[in-house]
Design a protein around this ligand. Structure first.
Ligand SMILES: [Zn+2]
Length: 202
């Protein structure tokens, strides 16, 4: 039984914003889950192994048999017992604007300026109207003025060259791009498997 009986405001805050990196038993990343979702896995004996230092302790109800309060220590990385390897492992990660802007470090590929996400756009290198695909390899981050200036043209036609190149993120990198607040232990684990060519290393 997990209750949240004695949660301080600071603990509540940590639980709300911190996410746990869920792996399958072989160590492949599967998802970001909440501390509460992780606690349910711990309580049902679903956690095979963990990595990193405890970042959150959940205190539950008093156990009738022992009179002790139950306690669950949540680790930043947990491998889930019996989970099947994710199908996502074999597929390219889904493209989204937040992940695209994170891959490109919020830097416009044409003028090189760093921008707030609200001022960035998903730019199709080959315009979709001319057969370009909506994919990681044909999309790049651009500021609104550069995107507007390029319009329906190819970069050569607009005499605009790319300052960096697009690429498809690996699964580990995708987990970094999806994470909201990544703890040091989680970042270290994920970065170890991110290819050297990734912009996340720069
Ligand atoms: Zn620009």
């Amino acid at each position: 039984m997990i209750g949240l009986l004695s949660e301080t405001p600071a603990m509540h805050y940590a639980r709300r914003i911190m996410e746990v990196l869920q792996l399958d038993v072989s160590g492949r990343p599967q998802a970001w889950i909440s501390a509460k979702e992780a606690a349910i896995l711990y309580a049902s004996d679903g956690v095979a192994w963990t990595l990193g230092d405890t970042f959150y302790v959940l205190r539950g109800g008093t156990q009738r048999r022992t009179g002790m309060q139950s306690r669950i220590e949540v680790h930043p990385i947990i491998a889930v017992r019996g989970s099947v390897p994710s199908r996502a492992w074999r597929q390219a990660p889904a493209l989204s604007n937040p992940k695209l802007f994170a891959r490109d470090r919020q830097v416009c590929a044409y003028c090189g300026h760093h921008n707030h996400v609200d001022d960035l756009t998903r730019e199709h290198i080959i315009p979709t109207s001319r057969g370009g695909t909506d994919s990681w390899m044909n999309c790049i981050t651009a500021c609104r003025p550069c995107n507007g200036h390029k319009g329906n043209r190819l970069p050569e036609e607009a005499r605009m060259s790319l300052l960096y190149l697009p690429y498809v993120p690996s699964l580990h990198e995708d987990m970094i791009l999806r994470g909201r607040r990544i703890l040091a232990d989680q970042m270290e684990f994920l970065l170890a498997s991110v290819p050297r060519h990734s912009r996340l290393h720069s």
